[in-house]
Each structure stands twice: as C-alpha cells, then as structure tokens.
Design a protein around this ligand. Structure first.
Ligand code: 4AD
Ligand code: MG
Length: 476
C-alpha cells in the first residue's frame, strides 16, 4: 500500500497493486469516472468507481473541486491516452465543494476572470503548469550559479539607498502617518522613525552584490524587488523577483558571454525538465492563436521558440547601430513609430520589438547606451558619451535583462554621482570600495517574471507570479 501523489502513481507499473491517493476532483462522469489531480503533474489519474458498491449520498459529494481519498487497485487503463487507472474500493470525502457555488467550473475561464480568483487559480491546469515551470527555473538558476562557483548573497529588502537613482521606491516607516513628526524647518523628522533615517524597499540588490563581488569574486542575488513606477503594462509589476550576478575581474564582453550562456542554460533546463507542462502550454497557446488574425500570430510555436533561443547565438549590436537600423527601417520611413528615434533618447518597446521580432528575429544584446539616461554606476566609455551598458531583448518579452560593466575608477564615479545629483554621503560605502583594491567588474539583473513569461509563452506578467502587485491591486 502506498499513499502517494498522482505523479508517483503514474510512474508505477500497474499490476493490480493496492494504492491510496488523496487529491482533488477535476470531473466526475457517468457516476463512474473520477479525474483526480493534485498538482504534482499536469496529468490527472482516472479513478473508476462501481456505483452499485457505494452509497448514493456519498457519490453525490464527488464534485469538481472536492478533496477526496480513494483506495483501490492500480490496473492498466482501458481508456485511451492514459496508462493506468485506480479501480476504487473505498472513497473518503475530505472536503466537499458545492457545485453550485464553486467558482471554477470544468470549462475554460478567461485569464482576467482567473486573476480575480487568485486564491483558486492554482487549481487550473494552466496555472499549475506555470507555477511548476516557475519553480523549475528558480531551481535551475541556483543550480547554474552553484555549478559555476558563484555564491548566493542575500541582499537586504529594507534599505536606505536608491540603487537605480530613479526615485521609484516604496517608503518603509513606523511613523504615525496621521501625525508625522516634523523638524524645525518643516521636514519629516526621521530621527523618530524605527531606523532613525529614511528607508525604502529595495529596487535592486546590485550595489550590495558589488560589495560582495569585490571580495568573493563571483556572487548573485535572487530576491524580491519593489518599484513604485506607475506603469500599468503587461510587463511591469510593483513587486517582482530579480536575479543579479556580479563578477569581479570581468568586463562587458565577459558579461555578455555570461548572460547568453545563463539564459540558454535556463531554457535548456526547462525543455528537458518541464516537458509535459511545456507541451500543455504550447497546445494552449496554439489554441488561443487560432482566434487571432494571421499577422498577430507568433511566427513559431512555444517549443520551437525555446529550442531556437537555446541553440542560436544572440545578436550583439551597439545602441548607435540600433539607432541606424531603426532610422533606415520601413516603419520609421512610413512614420509608423509613435516615439522618435534619435541618438540620445531611450529605445521604446516598439523599437525593441522591431529589432528583435522583425529585423534580427532572434535575441539581441544592445550595448553602449548614452550615459545621459543610464544609471550612475555604469562605466563611462572612452568617447565620454556612452556607458558600457547592455540590455538583452527577447522576442515577445522585450527587455529581459539589464546590466553593465561598473565604474571602478574613483574620480570618474565621483564625477558621475555629482552630475546625476547623487549625494556622496548616501553612497559613501559604495565609493569606498573604489579606494581600496578597486578592479574591473560587471553584472546584470534578470527579471524573473520576464523569463517565466518567455518560457511559458504567457503574454501578461500578472499570470506568471502567484500574487501580482500592480497599481491599485494588493488585496491579499
Ligand atoms: O534594468 P533594470 O532596472 O536593472 C537593474 O535593476 C540593475 N540594478 C541590474 C543589474 O545590473 N544588477 O532591471 C533589471 C531587469 C529588467 O531587465 C527587467 O527584466 C526587470 O528587471 N524589471 C522588471 N520586471 C517586472 N516589473 C518591473 N517593474 C521591472 N523593472 C525591471
Ligand atoms: Mg533596464
């Protein structure tokens, strides 16, 4: 007798052995066939009850969503598409589910509807598959870095610094908001606050990762980051997870080599370890696309896209080259772009999409952006105009990672801080590393949800994180 998961039972050779399974009812057909699921795999197992042997009142409680335990013999399945089924001798109802009231009916629900039911959506096939893939990718990330000799650094969640200098932080305070203490000159008196200074939720663990890399050589962070940017898009969250490797004695080329190897490893890992879930998601996507006009359908299926990225080199171009390509493009000439394409302005997602999806048709790494709109810590190039930055753009997702070689020269860093209005006393600890044993170093940040979007083919970032936080949405 074994009490195991659906996945365990499906891996057994069915020889009439006794099994016990606790799981949730997906469907119950003809008072005879129960499809049971427990999230251990995309697959359900069929349990067959002989209604003559069971009390009718009990059978009436076997409804979609109910938790039940069945005992019986595992035999070869008569039905097609499945290898084994349980010939039930005993049924126990763990938790009933009123079919009139259960919000998830055994039919297809829209993603919008399921977002409103975040407490139950784990129970659908689609979200089961997404969160199993999300887990696998998280595991693969730690695996990759461990194999390569990186150390995982837990950077703080509450911090006094604004790593990106973009001022998009959530405040952390214990002050009474109805009675905020003020200093004589009318400013908030943080000396009465918990930390006795102004604090925020972190927007990035990079600065701390740099401190660690300048001693442990190869490190990475993997944690939640928070941004109060009011962008209600399908690619932005207020709380998202970021992976930030940082490597000492490494330059921009090393950084590009690392990001490409890392992303290809992760895609390869998912292809090898999430086969059933990816096949399910691929089929789901193909179904969805049938209702789209031809020109809005993706050029490749999900599995094909993953295999393509896993086995093709990424295109590497500079920002200046990207601007040239865009200005010579058809949409530019036909005035189809909404935003201007001019050297010195940031690329918008319409430009990035053109480069990745239309021009190169593969992942693109864009380097050497103008210093004017990039962060203070990026290394200034010899032209004094651009910095050693790199963004990786993926089809369907846009920017998946952002990174750079860091400014390791004390004088240049101090100048950049001044130009960008960053007060030295706020980052004195960061600046100090440039005084003692400074060296070339580089790193990047991977937006975990953007990776999960790419691997699962989901088009809205709210569907790849269990509890999405977006402007106006944070109930539980
Ligand atoms: O490009 P970003 O802002 O870079 C940094 O934070 C650097 N400190 C990283 C580093 O060099 N260590 O963010 C990195 C990535 C983006 O490329 C994107 O994938 C993701 O984080 N990202 C978001 N994902 C979801 N919602 C948001 N609001 C995001 N903002 C950035
Ligand atoms: Mg960025």
């Amino acid at each position: 007798m074994s009490k195991s998961s659906v996945k365990d039972i499906l891996s057994l050779d069915p020889k009439g052995q006794e099994v016990e399974l606790s799981a949730w009812v997906r469907t119950f057909r003809s008072n005879r066939f129960i499809a049971l699921s427990d999230g251990s795999t995309i697959n359900t197992i069929q349990a067959v009850v002989d209604f003559e042997n069971h009390d009718e009142a009990l059978l009436r409680k076997i409804n979609t969503g109910a938790a039940i335990t069945v005992k019986g013999k595992l035999i070869e399945s008569q039905g097609k598409g499945q290898t084994a089924e349980i010939q039930v001798s005993d049924v126990l109802i763990n938790g009933e589910s009123d079919p009139e009231k259960y919000p998830l009916q055994p039919k297809k629900h829209s993603m919008e509807f399921l977002r409103e039911k975040a407490h139950l959506r784990f129970r659908t096939n689609t979200f089961g598959a997404i969160f199993r893939v999300r887990h696998a990718l998280s595991f693969a990330i730690h695996n990759y870095f461990n194999e390569k000799g990186f150390f995982n650094i837990h950077s703080p969640i509450i911090t006094g610094s604004d790593a990106e200098g973009a001022g998009e932080m959530f405040r952390v305070t214990t002050l009474d908001l109805n009675n905020v203490p003020k200093t004589e000159d009318g400013k908030v008196d943080f000396s009465e606050d918990f930390f006795e200074s102004e604090t925020n939720l972190t927007v990035s663990g990079q600065l701390e990762a740099e401190l660690a890399a300048l001693a442990l050589r190869k490190v990475y962070t993997f944690g939640p980051t928070f941004r109060a940017e009011n962008s209600n898009t399908s690619r932005h969250l207020a709380e998202f997870w970021m992976i930030e490797p940082e490597v000492a004695f490494a330059n921009l080329t090393d950084n590009m080599d690392l990001v490409e190897d890392f992303l290809q490893y992760l895609v390869d890992y998912a292809l090898k370890n999430c086969k059933d879930d990816l096949e399910f998601l691929a089929q789901r996507e193909a179904e969805e696309e049938k209702s789209l006009p031809q020109n809005e359908r993706r050029p490749m299926g999900l599995i094909e896209r993953l295999e393509f990225v896993q086995s093709n080199k990424f295109q590497r171009i500079t920002y200046t080259e990207a601007i040239d390509i865009l200005r010579n493009s058809k949409p530019y000439k036909k005035k189809k772009f909404k935003f201007p394409v001019e050297w010195g302005t940031d690329l918008q997602s319409e430009h990035e999409r053109f480069l990745v999806e239309k021009h190169f048709e593969k992942p693109v790494i864009i380097t050497d952006y103008p210093a004017s709109f990039k962060a203070f810590y990026m290394r200034l190039n010899d032209d004094n105009k651009t910095v050693a930055a790199m963004d990786v753009l993926f089809p369907g997702v846009g920017e998946i990672t952002g990174g750079s070689q860091r400014e390791e020269r004390l004088d240049v860093l101090l100048r950049r801080c001044k130009e960008m209005g960053i007060e030295e006393e706020h980052v004195w600890w960061y600046i100090e590393t440039r005084k003692f044993g400074t060296c070339e170093h580089a790193g990047f940040g991977l937006g975990f949800e953007r990776l999960v979007m790419f691997v699962t083919g989901m088009t809205n970032i709210r569907d790849v994180i269990p509890f999405p936080r977006t402007p106006g949405h944070c109930e539980f």
